[in-house]
Design a protein around this ligand. Sequence first.
Ligand code: GN1
Ligand code: MG
Length: 360
Amino acid sequence: MKEIYSQFQLSCEIAEVKPLKIGHINDSYTLWGAGESDESYFLQRINHNIFKDVEGLQRNIKIVTDHIRAKLIREGVENVAQRVMQLVPTHDGKLYYHDKDGNYWRVYVNIKNTHSYDQITPELAYEAGVAFGNFQMQLVDVPKENMIEPIPDFHNVAFRVQQLKDAVGENKAGRLEKTQWMVDELLRRADEMCLPQQLYREGKMPGRINHHDTKINNMLFNDKDEPCCVVDLDTVMEGIVLSDFGDFMRTAANTGAEDDANLDNIDVNMDIFEAYTRGYLKAATFLTPIELEYLAFGAKMLSYMQTVRFFADYLNGDTYYKIQHPEHNWQRSLAQFRLLQKQEEKFGQMQAIVNQCTNQ
Ligand code: GN1
Ligand code: MG
């Protein structure tokens, strides 16, 4: 590890490297400063099978963080270091290190005196809604010319459906027979689920810079328990606002876990749905009528797309997501599909909440 982190412009010696168990994609470590130093850093091995253009990925993150930082400074906000992530360059000024084994590494400054949450409450959901709304707001005018799609077609539902069809066609892991019913359930919803993206491609739904992974644990809170910084910026790219709204609802407004083995635990948590919507709509004042019209649909769309993604990975033999046991992707698919069914049942209520909060 020393060989790796010593490539970066760190301001202290490192005493300890601690692996962190977070995320399904990259490998993460904390680098703790030695002696009196209270510096620490966040080291990640970037999964370059997934992020194929690491140069472009890192440039995206730099553009976005520089843009937010400049805005905060202009606005005279205090404690800017706590409010936006800071990449640490290598000694030769690059934003990543490519090692001799072909791995790609990057380092961020660890943001001090912050914590994150894995469990949600309505109070937190409200705060998170305001904060993710502000995040989109901060990026409404980011210069997009040099930004890429770090994962092409990342939240393009039609593309994900095509990947599922390909996985079904190839049946690489021989898992199709017992899961055919899931294929049928998903494909019969495909046209409906692809509609908002079609509106986007036709220029009827605006493109926005989204986070594309709006989980509660991708937000840091300060000592006063106020949200201060959005983290995990790998998938920041253009998309439709339904994505970020829907992904929060998919992950937080679920009474069960994303991979819950007990499907009876899964339902829509309407208190969380309401609180997040209220916070988000308070902050995201840039939304147009068509975005508001489809916002609640975003929750269904994201649960649908995540079911499709987990399930296609299962059919392909688990090549994308890290798994903890052989049937993990199937368990995840079942849990996400159950959530989708619950959201379908409660869609009228979800839509009513969005309407109410729009007129608040
Ligand atoms: C992945 O690893 P994590 O939690 O950051 C995935 C998201 C999925 C999520 C499923 C780059 O995110 O899109 O929604 O797993 N990220 C990528 O929980 O594929
Ligand atoms: Mg992520």
